[in-house]
Design a protein around this ligand. Sequence first.
Ligand SMILES: Nc1ncnc2c1ncn2[C@@H]1O[C@H](COP(=O)(O)OP(=O)(O)OP(=O)(O)O)[C@@H](O)[C@H]1O
Ligand SMILES: [Mg+2]
Length: 243
Amino acid sequence: MCTWVSPIPSLQIENVIAGYGDIRVLWGISLIVNQGQIVSLIGSNGAGKTTTLKTIAGLLRPKSGRILFGDQVLSEMPIEKIVESGVVYVPEGRGIFADMSVEENLQMGSYPKHARLHHSKSLRNVYSLFPKLETRRKQLGGTLSGGEAQMLAIGRGLMSMPKILMLDEPSGGLSPIVADSIFAAIEKLCEAGMTILIVEQDAGRALKLSDSAYVVENGRITLEGKGSELFNNEYVKKAYLGM
Ligand SMILES: Nc1ncnc2c1ncn2[C@@H]1O[C@H](COP(=O)(O)OP(=O)(O)OP(=O)(O)O)[C@@H](O)[C@H]1O
Ligand SMILES: [Mg+2]
């Protein structure tokens, strides 16, 4: 778990209402991710976790409410400016390019101007975090195992030089051992000072790792607190930890 590095709000979501076309999914979501923290969103299928991350990333526009990152108003910025500001989303299902090699996929991540300048250093950092990717650097994205594809998806996100990394179900579909290795990498990133907002099916694991956490139910935040507090909360235990 990361320490409480800084009390300065890094990412602040204020009363966001959002959805798809006329369908409302988020009904006034508010949350804060402080710098250097790892924060998790937990909740059942269809609760609105992915929609929350997509709205922060600019893939969906809030119908009302604001999303602030430091002094920048993300909810008024075009998607490419959001990425340039350092807010990077690694989607559920990974979204890597099947016909491109591992290294080409990584290069795609360094398209923001500031990231291009540091491309070689970022590549070294990604290979040091995920040595397996370096051994597979010429292999096509579509032929990777699930765990390697997840490493590549995170690696590509890191190539954009994020200030905050949003991970959607990083352990989805992976065996427990492979999921362990992904979580070990997430902890290393956290120790290196990365700010992380994570959505994870394995709520117990997410809560143990997180400085703070939010429970999302039917598009609303119904509970929030330190990861350890929610891990020991009777309702959370029953509803999300299978205890
Ligand atoms: N493109 C879309 N168009 C219309 N409705 C959508 C779309 N994507 C998601 N939804 C709906 O929005 C609601 C929230 O979906 P979301 O993907 O945010 O849930 P989630 O909490 O991430 O769930 P899961 O744990 O299954 O990934 C669901 O009812 C879903 O059917
Ligand atoms: Mg989801």
